[in-house]
Design a protein around this ligand. Sequence first.
Ligand SMILES: CC/C=C\C=C\CC(=O)SCCNC(=O)CCNC(=O)[C@H](O)C(C)(C)COP(=O)(O)OP(=O)(O)OC[C@H]1O[C@@H](n2cnc3c(N)ncnc32)[C@H](O)[C@@H]1OP(=O)(O)O
Length: 310
Amino acid sequence: MSLPRITNVIRLAPRLVAMQPCRNNSSAQAAIEVAAQFKTLAISSPKPFVFHVELNRPKKLNAINRDMWLEIRACFETLAVNPDCRAIVLSAAGKHFCAGIDLSSMMALGQQLADYDDVARKGVVLERTIKIYQDSITAVELCPKPVIMAVHQACIGAGVDLITAADIRYSTQDAFFQVKEVDIGMAADVGSLQRLPKVIGSQSLARELCFTGRRFESAEAERCGLVSRVYPDKESLLAGAIALAEEIASKSPIAVQTTKESMVYSLDHTNQEGLDHIRIINKLNLQSEDFAQSVAAQLTKDEKPVFAKL
Ligand SMILES: CC/C=C\C=C\CC(=O)SCCNC(=O)CCNC(=O)[C@H](O)C(C)(C)COP(=O)(O)OP(=O)(O)OC[C@H]1O[C@@H](n2cnc3c(N)ncnc32)[C@H](O)[C@@H]1OP(=O)(O)O
């Protein structure tokens, strides 16, 4: 397993992660041990091949500070190559899903900039910082394993950037959303402006939400396609998200991961480019044992096939 490229995994003594019983499974265990070094995320494996990642700064309403930016990327890069992970649920501990970027860390960044007199040097610091934050969110999109966001209560600013990089979004009835960057005097720069219009399929609504920072509730989020299912409370939300992850994890990992790759690729390519891309991949994949096993199981109405790890 490749260890995450993270510079600030500090604590060497693993702390206990908020964790459901884990199977005796070396790479799942290894991923959880890597995650045990995280300060802002909790990771568990509630079902075979399913991982549950929790934003875990409840006292700070899961506002994203520098540690969390780095750890989100490290976490998804680790799970991306973990053969015991086939689907991921991301939820959040505490009262709110995510209060956006940690505004105190923005102040700290301001102080860091004050160390430089020269505008170009300040610019380089900002450019590098934004790139780190962008790559953190993009790690969710690039992770070949489907990611399901389970959102409760507030999902604000960077929280919206985060969820729009996922494959599937579910929420509670009490969830609300805000592309709030304009209210702190900036254009969103870690994904909402690029991904939200594609997710909801309406430039008009996306621009309205991004220009105004208007709060919108779960019912509107469901209507516009930002979330695809709404649950009465957090408990049923998590149960629904994990059940979906379990269902996805029961399918061929070759089929599911290629499906994600093709759908992400097709978001910003022409239909013909997308067709060319999947044709090249499937000239290999249609020779896979997963394909043979799945076709045979469909024909014989057999039990669900058991697929080799990927
Ligand atoms: C390079 C840039 C990359 C990315 C940029 C992203 C931009 C953004 O994310 S813009 C959005 C920034 N976030 C906000 O503006 C959210 C502000 N907070 C709220 O609107 C509310 O707190 C709430 C999330 C709706 C929750 O409301 P409520 O339940 O009533 O709690 P509060 O009493 O308001 O807050 C409790 C406590 O938390 C502190 N806090 C809230 N949000 C943040 C935050 N984002 N960062 C740091 N701290 C936050 C709030 O100040 C309170 O602190 P106390 O010390 O208890 O007063």
